[in-house]
Structures are given as C-alpha cells and as structure tokens.
Unconditional design. Structure first.
Length: 229
C-alpha cells in the first residue's frame, strides 16, 4: 500500500532566516487509491517569539503556542504510520524540506508539477489553482479549506490539487517533474511579455540563458528554444 502524505508548515521565518522554526503542522493523506483522508493539524511551540511579519500571514500568536509540542515532536508525528514506499508532498516543497527532510522518502511538489502540466493556469499559488480548477465543487466540506495560510486547510487544498495532477501523471512522473526544470511556453516578464518562447530572437534567448540572473526554468527554456533557431 502506498500513500502520499501532503504536508504544510506555518513558521516563524523563512528558510534563509537565521532564526526560524515551525509553529504549526498540518497533513492530509491520499490513500493507495488516491482517496483523500482526514486532515490533521496541530500547533507547535517554536521556542522563540513569533515575529509580526510572519504572524501577519498565519495569525498565530505566542499565546496560542504556549504548551504546544516542540518542533522535534511535531516532525516525529509526521513520520508516524509512514511506510518506506510512501511519499511526501507539499505545495512548493522546497520550503517544507528546509525544515523537514522526510526520512529519505521521495517528495512531490504540486506547484512545480502544476507548472509542467497546467501551463494555462493564470498562476500557481495554492489558492489560485484552487479557484481556477474549481476545486470547491469537489470538496466534501468547503470549511476544510478555510482559513487560507493555516497548515491544515492548506494541505486539504493541496491534496485536491494533487488528486487532479494524478489524473495526468503517475507518482513516479510527478516525483521526476518535481526536480525537473519547466519548459515554459509563454514569456511572463519584460519587453517580450505575452510572446511565445519559441518566437523570441536568438540574441535575447542567449542573454537569458547565459547572462541573466533569471531562474532555472527560464534559462532551461531559452537553451531549448535556441536549439530550434
């Protein structure tokens, strides 16, 4: 039996911050037949004050986490009932992986996979995909998805996104796409915004691929487009 555990963290800081820790954990499992199970979420005491800039995202206060479990206990809970073949998933999983390695298990990034498989989407955040895909119509209880930017509800939305992605690709392919650069179709920035990458002039593609500070997806796409010139 293989399951996918969709996880989400609310935190006191970002991966690049010197002081950062988890202050809430949520997870929702997809069973071996990709049925979405119950959502589990619980607060975590990060061991230091929650700064206002991150509290403004999730609205978790220092008072809320008094008496909550430690981050170590929270992460051990995520490993409970996970078999060796099971997979972790998250929306922008690099964020969660900065706090939790997953015990060597494979990961699926629903955001990266959506960029590969759903290029018509107007954006790739959890909530944009929720409404663009019409996921509320699939929900057994829309309250499970509320409020946004809390760990439990966000994993439920991500689990629904993942269930749709599994209609387009199997688990092994989604794991592969998670770390594969995206071959972009449309330019979303700069003077060529709205154009197709395949239609861009060679000198601009060369700048993107070899001289710009753009991301790996843009550089990968520019190199592929250059081969067709």
């Amino acid at each position: 039996m293989q399951k996918i555990r969709v996880v989400d963290f609310e935190t006191t800081g970002f991966p690049e911050d010197q002081v950062r820790a988890i202050c809430e954990v949520g997870f929702t499992d997809l069973s071996a037949d990709w049925t979405i199970g119950p959502t589990t979420n619980f607060l975590v005491n990060p061991g230091h004050p929650i700064p206002p800039q991150t509290r403004a995202v999730h609205h978790i206060s220092d008072a809320d986490v008094v008496g909550a479990v430690s981050p170590d206990v929270g992460l051990r809970t995520l490993m409970e009932s996970m078999d060796a073949a099971d997979v972790f998933a998250a929306h922008n999983c690099k964020f969660e992986q900065a706090f939790f390695a997953g015990g060597g298990r494979r990961w699926i990034c629903t955001m990266q996979c959506a960029k590969h498989l759903l290029q018509d989407a107007p954006g790739f955040s959890n909530q944009v995909l929720r409404y663009w895909m019409g996921l509320d119509e699939q929900m057994d209880d829309v309250n499970r998805a509320m409020p946004p930017h809390r760990a439990g509800p966000d994993t439920y939305v991500t689990a629904l996104i993942l269930s749709r992605l599994l209609m387009l690709a199997n688990v092994d392919e989604l794991v592969r796409l998670t770390t594969a650069p995206v071959l972009l179709r449309d330019v979303t920035f700069g003077k060529h915004k709205g154009a197709k990458w395949a239609d861009l002039p060679w000198d601009y593609l060369n700048w993107v691929a070899n001289k710009s500070d753009l991301g790996p997806d843009e550089k990968h796409t520019a190199r592929i487009a250059m081969q067709g010139k």
